[in-house]
Unconditional design. Structure first.
Ligand code: F6P
Length: 375
C-alpha cells in the first residue's frame, strides 16, 4: 500500500449533537491510527476549540468502547470562527486564529462532523487553505447531496415510540394529542416519525397548513367513530395564514402585544412566541371543543444511544473518511446515494438545505393510508 497522504489529522464535532457522533469518531480514528498510522487529534467544543486551541491526541483506547455512546466525547458548540461572540453581545472574526491552530498542530486535514452550519464553515475554511472532509450528521436529515445523515434514524425511532405512547393515552381519554417534533425548517423527522407512528395528521414546514382542513379531518374521523387523534407537527410548520401574518389567533396575539406596549408592560423583555404545536392545539380545542393536549418532544430526540442503523451508517461514513484522508481526497463531504457511500465537493453542499419535496413517495404513501397534511 502506498504511504498515506496525511500524517496528522484533526477531528471535531460541531452544531447540535446527535446519536452516532461517537460511532463516527471511532470510524475515522481506528483505521487512521491502526491501518494508516496517522496521528489523530481531537479538537474539543467544535470550532471554538479550533479558535482557542483546545486539542488532545486521540489514542486507540480513547475511541474504544464508544460505538453506542450518545453525545460526543469531543464536546460541541454552535460557534463560528468568523462570528465568535464577545461578552458585550457583539461578535468578532477569529478565522485567522482557527487557521493558526490548524497550522500549529501540523494538521494535513480537519474532519468536521456536522450539519448545514458546520459544512458552511468548513467550506469557507477551505478558502483559507485548510483541507477538510465533512461527515453529514443531524437529526434533521436536511443536508443537501446525501440521502441520509446519521442521527436521523435514532431521532425518528424515538419520536415514533413517543407517538405510540401518546396513542394509548389518547384512546383512553378520547383526546386529540398534538406532538411537536424537531427538524428546524425541514419536515423529514415529523414525516418519518408521523408515518411510523400512524399519526392522523402531519404538519410539515414544506406544506403550509389550513386549520380548517385540519379540523375538518378531525370531524370526519369522529363521524367515523374515531374519537381520538394524533397530530404530528414539525417545529417549523406554518399555517397558510401565518405566512401572510393574518391568522385570527395571531391577530389576537398582536392586539394583546400592542395593548401591553401601550400600557408600558413587558418592557425590556423579549416577546414570548409559543411553539406551533400550542397554536394548533388551541385552535383545535377552540373550534371543535375537543379536549386537546400538547407534547413538545424537544431534546429527548437528540439524546441517548444511536440505533443500530445509525451505528452502521456512522461507521461506514467514518471509515470512508479515513480512506479519503489516506488518499488525500479533500474538501469533500462523505455522502450516501441509495446504498452507496461516496463523497461530494463541499461547494455543492454549502449554503443549501434539503427540504422534503412535495412529491416525495412517503407523502404519497401517507396520503394513501388516510393521513392528512393540513392542505
Ligand atoms: O439541528 C438540530 C436541531 O436539533 C434542530 O432540530 C433544532 O431546531 C435545533 O437543533 C435545536 O437547537 P438547540 O439544541 O441549540 O436548542
Amino acid at each position: 500500500m502506498p504511504s498515506p497522504h496525511a500524517k496528522c489529522i484533526g477531528i471535531l464535532t460541531s452544531g447540535g449533537d446527535c446519536p452516532g457522533l461517537n460511532a463516527a469518531i471511532r470510524g475515522v480514528a481506528k483505521p487512521a491510527i491502526s491501518d494508516f498510522h496517522i496521528e489523530v487529534i481531537g479538537i474539543e467544543k467544535g470550532f471554538r476549540g479550533l479558535v482557542e486551541n483546545h486539542a488532545r491526541v486521540l489514542h486507540l483506547q480513547d475511541v474504544s468502547g464508544i460505538l453506542s455512546l450518545g453525545g460526543t466525547i469531543l464536546g460541541t458548540s454552535r460557534e463560528k470562527p468568523h462570528k465568535m461572540p464577545l461578552p458585550n453581545g457583539e461578535s468578532i472574526d477569529l478565522t485567522s486564529r482557527a487557521v493558526e491552530t490548524y497550522n500549529r498542530l501540523g494538521l494535513d486535514c480537519l474532519v468536521c462532523l456536522g450539519g448545514n452550519g458546520t459544512h458552511n464553515i468548513a467550506h469557507s475554511l477551505t478558502k483559507h487553505g485548510l483541507n477538510i472532509i465533512g461527515l453529514p450528521k443531524t437529526i434533521d436529515n436536511d443536508l443537501a447531496e446525501t440521502d441520509i445523515t446519521f442521527g436521523f434514524d435514532s431521532a425518528a425511532s424515538y419520536a415514533a415510540q413517543a407517538i405510540d405512547r401518546l396513542y394509548s393515552t389518547a384512546e383512553a381519554h378520547l383526546r386529540v394529542m398534538v406532538i411537536e417534533l424537531m427538524g428546524h425548517n425541514a419536515g423529514w423527522l415529523a414525516l418519518h416519525a408521523g408515518v411510523a407512528g400512524g399519526a392522523d395528521i402531519i404538519l410539515l414546514p414544506e406544506i403550509p397548513y389550513d386549520i380548517d382542513s385540519v379540523c375538518q379531518h378531525l370531524t370526519e374521523r369522529r363521524r367515523r367513530g374515531k374519537w381520538f387523534s394524533i397530530v404530528a407537527v414539525a417545529e417549523g410548520a406554518k399555517s397558510k395564514e401565518s405566512q401572510a401574518g393574518t391568522s385570527d389567533l395571531e391577530k389576537d396575539q398582536k392586539k394583546k402585544k400592542h395593548k401591553k406596549k401601550d400600557k408600558g408592560e413587558g418592557k425590556g423583555k423579549s416577546e414570548f412566541i409559543g411553539p406551533v404545536s400550542t397554536r394548533v392545539a388551541q385552535e383545535i380545542s377552540e373550534r371543535l371543543g375537543i379536549e386537546t393536549r400538547v407534547t413538545v418532544l424537544g431534546h429527548l430526540q437528540r439524546g441517548g444511544i444511536p440505533t443500530p442503523f445509525d451505528r452502521v451508517l456512522a461507521t461506514r461514513f467514518g471509515t470512508y473518511a479515513a480512506e479519503m484522508v489516506a488518499e488525500g481526497k479533500y474538501n469533500q463531504m462523505v455522502c450516501m446515494t441509495g446504498s452507496q457511500v461516496s463523497s461530494v465537493p463541499l461547494d455543492k453542499v454549502a449554503g443549501r438545505t434539503k427540504l422534503v419535496p412535495l412529491d416525495h413517495p412517503l407523502i404519497r404513501s401517507a396520503r394513501r393510508v388516510g393521513t392528512n397534511f393540513g392542505d
